[in-house]
Every structure is written in structure tokens, then in C-alpha cells.
Design a protein around this ligand. Structure first.
Ligand SMILES: [Mn+2]
Length: 285
């Protein structure tokens, strides 16, 4: 083949100096030693870039995954009862996904009550839910291999305490501020992460925001793509500010899936209850 085309293209991935040379490159090096005058072009960015920019058909699959996830989250909000185990509420959520036709999860569900919500990658989901505090669910049903990634935080009682409401609305303000800045040409770190962080800093809670503002989502929950590139139409990413206060046993994260368009951001998960009023109303129903 090299004798015919005189040109090879490497699609990656590019690995670090301490890793083995990829087999494909080793094979090409041997082939090039036998066919002089051939070139090797590095196109390792091609597939991650194709994955960063979603086609309308891909967006529809993500939208479907988000809608199914929303139905599960609403069911969990309406089903939570003191005395349940975390994994029992998780099974109600995931049962809805299956009944909606989604056989697979995009990633393991985090379902954390009270102090467990301050543990960033909590996943044992094996503790009892008592009648106080908040439940944090970070979850995504997958549809045709595309996944959602949504977090909602809600009170077991169906009503936020004044303190919970104060902190929740602060996180929501940080999320909305990042989403307002989500436009074609924006910079992921400066225009999204830092503006959300500034909202939390101003209220004195910046030090409790201990992770990034969000990530690309699609075929993978943390999807491929270069974060250094300015945002472009067709990018789908999560916006997920959070604050975690172990000394109060309160962890709050709000995560939405947002599509970048020429006309501004489209919050694909915006219909899933996310304000204090929306959550309290759906839980009272
Ligand atoms: Mn996420």
C-alpha cells in the first residue's frame, strides 16, 4: 500500500515518552524502511476534533439521552423516602431509564445523601437516607452510545432549608453565569470556569469549588476534544459548578448539558427541574 500511495497518515493517539511506541507507528517505520521516499503525516487531532463538534444527528441522540435521564431524575425526586438506602433510590432512577428503552448507563451513577454528597467520586451508594439533608444524583442514561451527564441536588423532605436554599441558589447563579458566557469563540477556562468561580469567590465559597467547570460529553462521558480551542458551534459540554462543605455535611452540584450554537447556548437539560421552586413543585406533586 505504501508503494502505491507513498503517503501514510497517523491518526493517533500520541503517547508520552515513557509509553511504548504505538504498534501502528512501529509497523509504518518498518514499511518506510522498505519503501524509500514516503511521507508520514500526523493527523492525531482529526478524530478528537470530529468528536468535539457534534452533527445535528449526534445532538439528537444526546438530547434523547438527556430526556430519558430527566425522567429518571424526576422519578427519584418524587420517590425519595427517609429510610431508603441510596442504592434503592438509584434502582428507581435506573429502572426508568430501562423502561424508556435505554439499556446502558453512560457511567456509574453517583447517588449520595447528606455528608456523602461532599465526597467527589462517591459511588458506593450504600448508605441509608434519613429525613434530613440533601440528595445529590450525578447520572447519565446512554442512547445509541451517546450519554447524558446531569446532576441534580434536592432535599429529602421536599423543601430546602434556608441554609440549603442560600447555597443552592449560589451554585445556580454560578452555573447560569457560565452558561451566559457560553458562546462561539469563548475560552473554556477563562470564560467559563473563571466566571463561575468568581461568583462563588464573591460570596466567600470559592475554596469549596474543587473541580473544573465541565467537560465535553458525547460518545464518552468525558468526550474527546481539545479544550484549548475556542468553543465552536456544535460543541456539547457540561456546566457543573459545585460547592462541598464537609463541616456542614452539604454538597451541592448542578450539572447541565449545553449545546453551543451561533445563536447562543441551548441548555438541553434545562427542562429538568433545577431551580428551588421547580424542584419543590415537582417533589410536592
Ligand atoms: Mn460531568
Amino acid at each position: 500500500m505504501l508503494q502505491r500511495s507513498r503517503k501514510a497518515v497517523f491518526l493517533g493517539p500520541v503517547v508520552s515518552a515513557s509509553d511504548d511506541v504505538p504498534k501502528a507507528l512501529e509497523m509504518l517505520r518498518d514499511a518506510q524502511a522498505r519503501v524509500p521516499g514516503t511521507t508520514l503525516e500526523n493527523m492525531a487531532d482529526l478524530i478528537p476534533e470530529m468528536r468535539r463538534i457534534k452533527s445535528p444527528a449526534e445532538v439528537e441522540m444526546i438530547r434523547k439521552a438527556v430526556d430519558i435521564t430527566g425522567k429518571g431524575i424526576v422519578a427519584a425526586m418524587q420517590s425519595v423516602e427517609p429510610g431508603m438506602m441510596e442504592f434503592q433510590l438509584q434502582s428507581i432512577l435506573e429502572h426508568i431509564y430501562e423502561m424508556e428503552g435505554a439499556q446502558f448507563l453512560g457511567f456509574g451513577t453517583i447517588l449520595a445523601h447528606g455528608p456523602n454528597s461532599t465526597v467527589l467520586h462517591y459511588g458506593s451508594n450504600d448508605q441509608p437516607i434519613d429525613d434530613s439533608g440533601l440528595v445529590l444524583i450525578d447520572t447519565g442514561a446512554a442512547w445509541q452510545h451517546y450519554t447524558a451527564d446531569i446532576t441534580r441536588t434536592f432535599p429529602v423532605s421536599g423543601k430546602f432549608s434556608p441554609r440549603e436554599k442560600e447555597l443552592y441558589e449560589l451554585v445556580l447563579k454560578a452555573a447560569d453565569t457560565a452558561i451566559e458566557n457560553l458562546r462561539v469563540g469563548a475560552d473554556h477556562y477563562n470564560d467559563l470556569h473563571l466566571v463561575a468561580k468568581a461568583v462563588l469567590d464573591e460570596a466567600g465559597y470559592g475554596e469549596y469549588f474543587i473541580h473544573g467547570i465541565g467537560h465535553f460529553v458525547g460518545l464518552d462521558v468525558h468526550d474527546a476534544g481539545n479544550y484549548a480551542l475556542p468553543l465552536a458551534a456544535g460543541v456539547v459540554l457540561t456546566i457543573e459548578p459545585g460547592i462541598y462543605i464537609p463541616e456542614e455535611g452539604i454538597g451541592i452540584r448542578i450539572e447541565d448539558v449545553v449545546l453551543v450554537t451561533e445563536d447562543g447556548p441551548v441548555v438541553l437539560s434545562g427542562h429538568i427541574p433545577r431551580t428551588v421552586d421547580e424542584i419543590e413543585a415537582v417533589m410536592a406533586d
